[in-house]
Design a protein around this ligand. Sequence first.
Ligand code: AVI
Length: 319
Amino acid sequence: MSIKANTARAKPLAEDVFASDVLSGLSAPRKSLAPKYFYDERGSQLFEQITELKEYYPTRCELAILREHKADIAGVFGAKTALVEFGTGSTREVRIVLEAAKTVEAYVPVDISAEMLRLEAAQLQHDWPRLRVLPVVADFTQPFRLPSAIVGLARSGFFPGSTIGNFEPHDAAAFLRHAGRMLGSRATLVVGVDLVKDAGVLNAAYDDADGVTAQFNLNLLARINRELSADFDLDAFSHRAFYNSERRRIEMHLVSARRQQVHIGGRAIEFAAGETIHTENSYKYTIESFGLLAQSAGWTPLTSWTDGYFLVQALAKRA
Ligand code: AVI
């Protein structure tokens, strides 16, 4: 079967949105850049390397939980279900669940990155010839059209990878509400969530000894140089990551080593020595705090699977 993706039209052009997001983020009194821009080709490769670092436990822990509990997790999906995966980078996680999910008749991976989605979907279709694989190219945080081929099927959602932690808590709640609207009544949702833990473990996971996370963070400046003809001196910025225990989040920043000026598309941006660009938050939850967040967004917590480091949480949509 050949796979065609449902393509949502992007307006205005993605490059224009990138340029205006970068300029407004760097013109604010507290400079920031959105973490979604980490993932150009090099950034995606670096993220894959991060997931294999000994210090970066989330991916390893989540995969182990999925493997150990795949039959129970698959049991959350009802009879004759379409499984919608929000933001499918790789299909590594869903493959584990699909091995046990006999009731899933259609799989709908949703991602903004058309090429990666096409490749992953085609490979998965090859490996699961009887499953209907129906990729949708879209920003999964915004309303999108689900394939008409899933009409009549029950709907379940899958959101692994602790991506929910990269949303501000009110945006995480908004996303969960949006997922509920997309999936409809009687839906279930399985979410991967990173847990609050010892600050030393968290700090090491985001500031690894080999400097891969530092490269990942700095690559954002390389991307801006390349795509927006900017002149960031990458040697004049350094990676800083730390656990903010009050706000229960890892913060990543790029720190300016000196007073300097950077030019982007004809605009000059001033940096003081030690000034930072805040590039990412990665929120950590407890089982209780995530349960409360989900409840505030119209979901009832069902089973929690955890190893103490990471949580795979099943949710049921409240009627
Ligand atoms: C993609 N996301 C869940 C990662 C995280 O752990 O917040 C991104 C990341 N940033 C640095 N290391 C990994």
